[in-house]
Design a protein around this ligand. Structure first.
Ligand code: F3S
Length: 283
């Protein structure tokens, strides 16, 4: 049987790098280690890290109570004031902010300093957006919908700089940018959407169109995995959505000639490998 595993299955570059950075600290014997927010939306990984002595801090208050230790900043990144807070307390920082997010921080800081009012297109409540906002000032705004755009307290004389949350939908971003342009503002638009999600979806659809059965691995509540399943199911009716190997009914793949495998952004490599090995060896 032919088995094709998607190259883009599982963690994106930024999340993989962040998780590796935490394990590097553990291997180096660093103690105590904290992450500011869970390093990834995957309970098993977070539990494994906890067993190895890594604690998750959730609030700024918890950060300000720290007396010692190392704090790993996750791939979403944080605002400037968090670095300042940790520095003032003498806490060692391992910055695992994804370089693509870091780039947005630098843009926002520079454009804001040079007098442009920064507009972030994204979800105000998402930690990545809160972090980006923390590199601007109190004039920095977040927009997600056309209604919000129409109500913005922006004057015609404001010079704007528009950036995007890395995971924002490209078409919606373009739509909003167009609406801004029509209002006649002086705007500088920087498309800071990351391609990792799109590349994973395109590859999954391509593989699904070539195989007899397709396996999509990921948490049941993971919206990006659900999306992958929909894309694959459109191309291949024998598409199976599983969380771990235990969910896979052997009968579903034992009589086919080719199987494709992909996985959502929070699925660790070892789960993908386990499914891959079993499908190849047993079926
Ligand atoms: Fe991942 Fe970084 Fe893109 S965290 S989704 S590679 S912006």
């Amino acid at each position: 049987m032919e088995v094709i595993v998607a190259k883009t299955a599982g963690f994106c570059f930024g999340v993989k790098r962040a998780v590796e950075q935490v394990y590097e600290q553990i291997d180096a014997g660093v103690k105590p280690i904290y992450t500011f927010g869970p390093i990834i939306h995957n309970e098993e990984v977070v539990r494994d890290l906890e067993e190895k002595g890594v604690s998750v801090l959730h609030t700024e208050e918890e950060l300000s109570n720290l007396q010692e230790g190392t704090v790993v900043i996750r791939s979403h990144g944080v605002g400037k004031h968090i670095y300042e807070l940790l520095e003032s307390r003498g806490i060692h920082v391992v910055d695992a902010t994804c370089p693509f997010v870091k780039k947005i921080h630098r843009i926002v800081e520079k454009q804001n300093r040079e007098g442009r009012r920064v507009i972030i297109i994204g979800d105000e409540n998402h930690p990545e957006v809160q972090g980006i906002k923390g590199w601007g000032d109190d004039r920095t705004l977040v927009v997600k919908t056309e209604e919000q755009l129409n109500e913005l307290p922006v004057s015609k004389d404001d010079k704007l700089c528009i950036v995007s949350q890395t995971t924002f939908n490209y078409n919606k971003f373009q739509d909003l940018v167009e609406k801004f342009s029509k209002k006649g503002y002086d705007i500088l638009v920087l498309n800071t959407i990351c391609n990792a999600t799109q590349e994973r979806q395109v590859e999954a659809g391509r593989i699904a169109s070539q195989v007899d059965a397709m396996i999509v691995i990921g948490g049941k509540n993971s919206s990006n995995t659900q999306k992958l399943y929909e894309i694959c199911h459109k191309e291949c009716k024998n598409t199976y959505y599983i969380q771990t190997l235990g969910d896979l009914n052997p009968e579903s793949v034992n009589s086919v000639r080719s199987v494709g495998i992909t996985a959502g952004a929070s699925t660790p490599n070892y789960i993908i490998e386990e499914v891959h090995t079993n499908v190849r060896v047993k079926f």
